[in-house]
Design a protein around this ligand. Structure first.
Ligand code: AMP
Ligand code: ZN
Length: 113
C-alpha cells in the first residue's frame, strides 16, 4: 500500500524512533509543534481513529498502554502533555494512517485552533 506511515513502520522510510515493538512505533514528528512531538502509529494500517473496530482496537489499546511510559521516559509526564488525533480534512489529517500526536514540553492552549 502506498502509505507513508506504513513505509515508516516497515523501515522503508527512516524515522527517529522513540519506541518500537511488534504492534506499534513511536517516532519524532518531522515538523515538531512543541519541544516534544512524537507520533504513535500502529504497524498495521488503520486509516484513522474513525476506522477503529473490534478487529483492530487491540492495537489502539496497546498504543495507549505505551504512551504513559514513553511520556515518562521523554520527561514530559510530570508537567503534563497532550495526546491528539486528527480525523479527516477539516481537522487537518494529512497522513491517512492512524497516528496519535504526543505533544509536550510547553504550555498547550485549549481549545486548540
Ligand atoms: P496530521 O497532520 O495530524 O495527519 O499529522 C501528520 C504528521 O506527520 C504531521 O505532524 C507531520 O509533520 C508528520 N510527518 C509527515 N511526514 C513525516 C515523516 N516522514 N517523519 C515524521 N513525521 C512526519
Ligand atoms: Zn498505512
Amino acid at each position: 500500500m502506498d502509505c507513508l506511515f506504513c513505509k515508516i513502520a516497515a523501515g522503508e522510510i527512516p524515522s527517529q524512533k522513540v519506541y518500537e515493538d511488534d504492534v506499534c512505533l513511536a517516532f519524532k514528528d518531522i515538523d515538531p509543534q512543541a519541544p516534544t512531538h512524537v507520533l504513535f502509529i500502529p504497524k498495521r494500517h488503520i486509516a484513522s481513529a474513525a476506522a477503529v473496530n473490534p478487529e483492530n482496537s487491540a492495537d489502539v489499546a496497546h498504543i495507549f498502554e505505551k504512551i504513559g511510559p514513553v511520556a515518562e521516559e521523554l520527561g514530559v509526564a510530570e508537567d503534563g502533555f497532550r495526546v491528539v488525533s486528527n480525523i479527516g480534512e477539516a481537522a487537518g489529517q494529512s497522513v491517512p494512517h492512524l497516528h496519535f500526536h504526543l505533544l509536550g514540553g510547553r504550555e498547550l492552549a485549549w481549545p486548540p485552533g
